[in-house]
Structure formats: structure tokens, C-alpha cells
Design a protein around this ligand. Sequence first.
Ligand code: BJW
Ligand code: ZN
Length: 242
Amino acid sequence: MQAERSISAVKARLARARAVTVLTGAGISADSGVPTFRGADGLWRNFRAEDLATPEAFARDPRLVWEWYNWRRELIATKSPNPAHYVLADLERRLERFWLITQNVDGLHRAAGSQQLSEIHGNIWKVRCTRCGRVDENRTVPIAILPSCTACNGLLRPHIVWFGESLATEDLDRSYEALRRCEVLLIIGTSGVVYPAASFAPVAKAAGAFVVEINLDATPNTEVVDVSLQGRAKEVVPELLS
Ligand code: BJW
Ligand code: ZN
């Protein structure tokens, strides 16, 4: 009963909102079959993301890190957007002001048609030269290990933000602007433990937004939000926007 009342309250807020911002994490893509980072299926050969997604790990053993990315690229290449990705792309077309902030690197939001978005942790289908900085799209699966830059022959790395690295200033500025000016913030499928995205809910709340979380479990954001809806992204998100 309580859940039904909450869903109605969120639907009513969304129906009259002109400015909506959405923050997504691995949980939205879990419904497309992409493993989350901190779930039981998030391990690869017993390494955690924290062991491999660092500049130090890449400097120590670039081959190992590329093997991890090859495994993920092969897996993600077989996955498609789910109804939650598609309704967010639809919502963007219906609203005056909309911004999607995703921590996901899988590209499934773009594949669903989203255009107004910041991929704040990068994109697994892009590579960056460690020598000249050139960024290219690269969808080769599997990618040759070790890949090299066509311009300068330098070592390529995934164009992804690793632990200890700064997010792009443009992405951060765009995200904070969208958090401060939205009437509703939807936070979908993130554990809320990785900064700076872990601090986005309080930013939007302090600026007066109605903040809603959709997740299978409670997270640190649950304490901050106005409504927390427990359930699968692919079911709850379409229900909210129907
Ligand atoms: C469902 C579902 C379904 C499942 N439906 N829900 C301040 C304090 C403390 C530390 C720091 C700080 N500021 C910076 C740091 C350091 C660090 C950090 O945050 N560390 C923490 C672990 C403590 N942050 C950084 O280094 C960032 N850089 C930075 O801030 O630069 C400045 C700076 C540097 C150093 C010090 C201080 C300042 C960069 C972070 C980059 C993160 N990159 C990664 C890896 C990329 C590798 C790759 O993808 O190839 O990005 S980490 C990994 O976690 C990945 C994700 O985008 C990110 C977030 O994970 P997410 O999406 O939340 O996934 P999960 O698995 O954690 O959760 C899934 C959720 O879905 C769960 O809640 C489920 O319940 C739910 N779910 N199925 C709905 N069907
Ligand atoms: Zn180069």
C-alpha cells in the first residue's frame, strides 16, 4: 500500500515537472545482463574493479587490464538496452529540460536513443592514446593486446575514468548544473559509494529537487531521498513514466 502511494506521488511529480535530471548506475544495465561492479557477478578472475580500474594497475600490467576490458567488451557487445533505457530516452524528448548523468560505460543509453547525457566515467567503446591523448571510437572485439595508436604508435588505454583520476571538467560542470536546476532527480541502480556521484543526491536535495531512488536494495542515498522505491529498474522506471 505504502509502495503504491509512493509510486503515485512520484508519477504526479514527474507529470508536472518541466526539468528532470536522472543519475544511473550499473543496476539499470543489470536488467540487460551486464554484471554490476559490487554484486556477486562483478568479479573477474577474483579481481575487484578497485584492483584493475586504476592507473597504477595499468602501469604495472597493461596486458592484464586490457584482458579484463576485452572480457567486458565481448560481454557488453551482446547486450541491448532494456525498457528502462528506452523510457528515459522518451522522457528526454517530452521535456523542456532534461539531463542524464550516467556512471555506466556500456553505451546502452546512447543505443536506446538518449542524446542529452554525460557519461561521467567514460565509454568502453572509446580508446585514448597514453602518449598523444588522441581519443577514438573502437568497437573491435576482441581488441588486439596491446593496442597502439595509429597516429604515434603510443600505447592505447580505455577512455574510462579510473579510481584516483579526475572526471572531465565539462562533464562535472554540466552535471552540477543539471542537479541544481532540476525539479525531480531520479537515481536509478547505483550503490552510491563512488565519488563524486555519491554526493549528487544531497546537491539536488539542497537545491530543492524532489529526489527519488530506484534500487533493489537500500544504499547511502536512501537516507537522503524523498522516496525510495525498491524494485527492478526495467519494471519500476517504465511504471513511473507510463
Ligand atoms: C539494481 C538492479 C536492478 C542491481 N534494478 N537496481 C571522497 C571520499 C572518499 C573517496 C573519494 C572521494 N572522492 C574521490 C574519492 C576516490 C574515489 C572513490 O569514490 N572511492 C570510493 C570507492 C570510496 N573516486 C574517484 O577516484 C573518482 N575520481 C575523483 O573523484 O577524482 C578526484 C579525486 C581523486 C582521488 C581522491 C580525491 C579526489 C573516479 C571514480 C571512477 C570510478 N570508475 C569506476 C570504474 C570504471 C571501470 C570500468 O567501468 O571500466 O566506475 S568504479 C565503478 O563504480 C564504475 C561505476 O561507474 C562506479 C559506480 O558503481 P555503480 O554504478 O553504483 O555500480 P555498483 O555495482 O556499485 O551498484 C549497482 C547497484 O545497482 C546496487 O545498489 C544494486 O542494488 C543495484 N541494482 N540490479 C535496480 N535490476
Ligand atoms: Zn598517439
